[in-house]
Design a protein around this ligand. Structure first.
Ligand SMILES: [Fe+2]
Length: 287
């Protein structure tokens, strides 16, 4: 079952500051914006970010493209599993509520072409790539993604961190044990040179990476992380493992006793890195 991550809703304290940041550093441009909110998109794509002004940062929803058959099946499985399901409000036609409070919206559609429009002085960002969540009830939240939405677990660290796939990308959602929250959201780029361009762009603006560049062991993707103006961790990633659709992938369970799964090369994260979360704005599925 394929889904494609398409859009995120973020609550941000300062819409103008957020919009300026993602335009200048990622090339995600405002389609419409005022003091109360903004819809932001990569060139030639539909909006990947919908931000609304509010007190403090928060993750409001994540939207996925899926196909018509999946939409009906997901709704049936949600009702059978006792998961709240209602009409979509912002992105999709269906809205489901995950056990960690995250609203997930599904819309009929398929992946849009990656952006390749080069931006001088900054990275060329292809598309929104993945989200990393935390959940107080980890097993139920992973179960929601697997049993209701049809994701599969592709790698784990012990029983406390799981990486979930819904297409070729090694992971589109990760869920770690913790408070119900968003740990980071990620855009993808072609290669590490684009990550270098982001670093240069941030440095000229007086900002540094919080972690990276480095290469994760799980997923093998190269990464940088920095804080957006709302205080959410934003990853730019490249070269993630693409899993063949032939059943040959064997999920691994990595040891939780070493940080080896986190990084192959580059520094280890600081202890504070794991705590850099923003809350999930717990949604209701029903209007
Ligand atoms: Fe990530």
């Amino acid at each position: 079952m394929n889904h494609v991550i398409a859009q995120m809703g973020l609550r941000v304290p300062d819409v103008a500051a957020y919009t300026e940041h993602v335009e200048a550093t990622l090339g995600v441009e405002a389609i419409e914006a005022d003091a109360t909110g903004a819809r932001l998109a990569l060139p030639g794509q539909s909006p990947c970010l919908v931000v609304t002004a509010g007190d403090g940062a928060g993750l409001e929803y994540v939207g996925f493209w899926t196909d018509e058959a999946n939409l009906a099946e997901v709704a049936d499985r949600a009702e059978a599993a006792g998961v709240q399901v209602g009409e979509g409000r912002v992105f999709g036609s269906v809205r489901l509520l995950a056990p960690n409070g995250l609203a997930v919206e599904l819309a009929a559609g398929s992946a849009e072409p990656r952006n390749t429009q080069r931006r001088e002085g900054g990275p060329t960002v292809g598309s929104l790539d993945h989200v990393s969540l935390q959940a107080a009830d980890l097993d139920s939240t992973v179960g929601f993604f697997v049993d209701v939405l049809g994701f599969r677990v592709v790698d784990s660290v012990g029983s406390v961190r799981h990486w979930l796939s819904c297409g070729p990308n090694h992971h589109t959602v990760a869920v770690f044990a913790g408070t119900d929250s968003l740990h980071h959201y990620a855009f993808e780029a072609d290669n590490v040179l684009e990550l270098q361009r982001l670093g240069d762009r941030l440095a000229l603006r007086g900002q540094n990476f919080v972690w990276g560049p480095g290469r994760h062991a799980l997923g093998a993707n190269i990464f940088t992380y920095h804080l957006d103006p709302a205080g959410a961790l934003l990853e730019l990633t490249s070269d993630m493992i693409q899993i063949p659709d032939d059943g040959s992938w064997v999920a691994q369970v990595w040891s939780p006793d070493t940080p080896a799964s986190a990084v192959m090369w580059g520094p280890y994260p600081t202890p504070e890195f794991r705590e850099m979360t923003i809350p999930i704005v717990a949604g209701e599925a029903q209007a």
